[in-house]
Design a protein around this ligand. Structure first.
Ligand code: GRF
Length: 189
């Protein structure tokens, strides 16, 4: 099976990246991770790039020059899917336009509820009974693109921000890979 090439964007721990790397080892998984972009040199997730010998760059992509460099890198590497996994920068509109329909993100809430930050805190504060994660296409509006897949978790009375985060992240690790399979089963290319 010829796998598509994927680039993962990170800013932090990279636990989703780690789960994705595991999935890429499966014969039938539709993509390989060929490139990693981090918005900061301090992202722990970069250790995974080193461990698995995946090429990486540290770029914020907020300057015109950086944007051009990244676009060229992605083109050169024939990247056909971009996965945002805890990437904490807003992508320039030009970038989103160039990769329309090819950028996906994982977000820790059941979108359209709780876009943006502090999703766990807000869900608990609002006494929600359910929360979860969403994998969605990225468009110009924050956390607003078409949802590909969601996983739900039950919020119990005793849940704190950190226990809810743990529960949801556990689901994220399955959700992201499942969403990628779904994306490629739909395009069948
Ligand atoms: C995840 O919870 C994801 O939903 C959010 O950022 C977090 C990234 O965590 N967008 P990690 O860097 O994958 O550990």
């Amino acid at each position: 099976m010829v796998k598509k090439k994927c680039c993962v964007f990170i800013s932090g721990k990279g636990t989703n990246l780690s789960a994705l790397i595991k999935s890429t080892r499966e014969y039938n998984f539709p993509v390989n991770i060929n490139f990693i972009i981090s918005s900061t040199l301090n992202a722990k997730g970069l250790n995974l790039a080193k461990k698995y010998s995946i090429k990486y760059h540290v770029y914020k992509i907020n300057k015109k020059k950086e944007l051009e460099i990244i676009l060229n890198e992605l083109k050169k590497r024939k990247i056909s899917l971009i996965c945002l996994a805890g990437y904490m920068k807003i992508l320039p509109e030009e970038f989103i336009n160039r990769f329309r329909g090819k950028i996906i993100n994982i977000h820790p809430s059941l979108l359209p509820k709780y876009k943006g930050l502090n999703t766990f805190r807000r869900a608990i504060k609002n006494k929600e009974k359910l929360s979860g994660c969403s994998v969605h296409y990225v468009n110009k509006k924050l956390d607003s693109g078409k949802v590909i897949l969601q996983k739900k978790v039950i919020i119990s009375k005793n849940d704190t921000e950190s226990s809810l985060k743990k529960k949801i992240q556990k689901e994220e690790y399955r959700a992201y890979s499942e969403a990628i399979r779904k994306v490629f089963s739909n395009t069948s290319s």
